[in-house]
Design a protein around this ligand. Structure first.
Ligand SMILES: [Zn+2]
Length: 507
């Protein structure tokens, strides 16, 4: 079990300035709170109609990396994330399941947070649910109508008039000159390249979930949710808006149009978009057979930490090609870090310092901070950490590692883990939960057999077997002792005999 690391902050890094690509300006801009105190940021959250796939989670993970790094540099945050708990798909699926939408989405909301916890994604300061903020959306639509930017159709729905907002397209830099005035799109899912008047409010259809409001009975469109909730919790104009690259158009473009038509202020000064991933070089799709939820991967026996590292090791603006080889590499990299951390924390080192190690630690830390501050370059940030591990291991092998070296290296690892969050071992719980979930959902057949054996073995059962092995050794029954060791090995339990007694860990 690795020691719990706590992030430390040396005063020299409170001055680190984060530079992040800004989709709106097309440049790498400084990211600073406009009020000089607290960075106000909004990130589009999930639509809760199914389990999240690894492409969704890559976006949440990269935003988590940003969040954690900003905090490490001493910045305070007010980060808001929405939960879209009403939309076309949710209404369709809940109807098919014969459930009220709240009951239908509850399962996916808790699954989403369980998955975030498994991946070590920190919670935003504010989580806003669409169904709890309908009033705000209605008020915004009323203001848009007053401003001449919204109109009502015969069926009682409301649309945004794109012609009323000449700056439409400024974020995605699309040429939308061919757009047709008054052409409308009615569904939440629509073509990628057409600018059409989009629904702000959808009139109630018989049997559908709806709200009785001053603008009629109906429900909000998807885009108005984020405009209304971001401004409700962050003000008319805030520092950063983030999301997956697929949201840039039309979703974010529509958010800008809705908000700025009313406020005449920039909705957000800085826009961050996380690129999508490929799986085995192809777009992830159910028909290609390369579609994975987080749970699919946990059930195959991959650790949550390895999935986290694999998804964040490629910088957010680069396309990540996700492969099983990549996951295996991430697993090996984490093992190396954890083994080193154990050695570092448990080793007995003489007093004093080795100037070479001290220099290597300082260099690693400087390079690490510089890489993350430079548009969140996670690939360049991890490299110096592994180099430091190599240098420190060599010094330990040669008996040239001292107590002050340990302190210096420990500080660097703590800063690394404050953002990457893979050294402290929290892997057992997500795996155990995923297996329990699979059993409850009747999907036990998808669980890797060695995993099933592993989680069926409780800590008490392992300790009892180890006590029996100890007794067997004492009475010189080595056959039985070996048999127990083998049994545990097969179930993924690694035993280490040391002079202080027996230690074990789950592989
Ligand atoms: Zn949004």
């Amino acid at each position: 079990m690795a020691s719990i690391l706590t992030g430390t902050m040396s005063p020299s890094h409170t001055t680190t300035t984060m530079r992040l690509f800004n989709t709106l300006s097309g440049e790498v801009d400084e990211l600073v709170p406009s009020d000089g105190k607290e960075l106000r940021m909004y990130a589009c959250g999930p639509t809760v109609y199914d389990y999240g796939h690894i492409g969704n989670f890559r976006t949440f993970l990269e935003i988590d990396v940003l969040r954690r790094f900003l905090k490490l540099t001493g910045m305070s945050l007010r980060h808001v994330m929405n939960i879209t708990d009403v939309d076309d798909k949710i209404i369709r699926n809940s109807g098919a399941a014969g459930l009220p939408i709240g009951e239908y989405t509850a399962k996916y909301v808790s699954a989403f947070f369980e998955d975030l916890d498994a991946l070590g994604v920190e919670r935003p300061e504010v989580i806003a649910r669409a169904t709890e903020n309908i009033d705000r959306m209605v008020q915004l639509i009323q203001k848009l109508a007053e401003a001449g930017a919204a109109y009502r159709t015969d069926d009682g729905s409301w649309y945004f008039r794109i012609k009323s907002f000449p700056e439409y397209g400024k974020l995605s830099k699309k040429d939308l000159s061919g757009m047709e005035d008054g052409a409308r799109v009615d569904v939440d899912e629509y073509e990628k390249d057409s600018a059409r008047d989009f629904a702000l409010w959808k009139a109630a259809k018989p049997g559908e979930t709806s709200w009785e409001t001053p603008i009629g009975r109906g429900r909000p469109g998807w885009h108005i949710e984020c405009s209304a909730m971001s401004m409700e919790f962050l003000g008319d104009s805030f520092d950063l808006h983030a999301g997956g690259e697929d949201l840039m158009f039309p979703h974010h473009e529509n958010e800008i149009a809705q908000s700025e038509s009313v406020t005449h202020k920039p909705l957000a000064r800085h826009w961050m978009h996380v690129r999508f991933l490929l799986v085995d070089g192809k777009k992830m799709s159910k028909s290609e057979g390369n579609f994975f939820t987080l749970r699919d991967l946990l059930l195959k026996g991959y650790k949550a930490s390895a999935i986290r590292l694999a998804l964040i090791s490629v910088p957010y603006r680069h396309q990540l090609n996700f492969t099983f080889d990549g996951l295996t590499d991430a697993t090996a990299a984490i093992d190396r870090l954890r083994t080193f951390n154990d050695r570092l924390m448990k080793g007995a080192f003489p007093a004093g310092e080795n100037p070479d190690v001290m220099t290597a630690a300082k260099k690693a830390r400087d390079e690490y901070f510089a890489a993350l501050a430079n548009d969140l370059n996670t690939a360049e940030a991890r490299a110096p950490i592994f180099e430091l591990v190599r240098v420190a291991n060599t010094a330990m092998d040669q008996g040239k590692f001292h107590q002050s070296d340990r302190e210096a290296v420990r500080t660097v690892l703590a800063d690394f883990d404050a953002v990457f969050a893979v050294i402290a071992d929290r892997d057992a719980e997500p795996t155990r939960r995923a297996v329990e979930w699979a059993k409850a959902e009747g999907r036990e057949a998808e669980v890797a057999p060695e995993l099933l054996a592993q989680v069926s073995l409780t800590d008490e059962a392992i300790n009892a077997l180890l006590a029996e092995r100890d007794q067997a050794k004492k009475r010189r029954d080595f056959a039985r002792a070996d048999q127990i060791r083998r049994e545990l090995m097969e179930k993924g339990i690694v035993i280490e005999d040391s002079k202080d007694g027996v230690r074990w860990k789950r592989r």
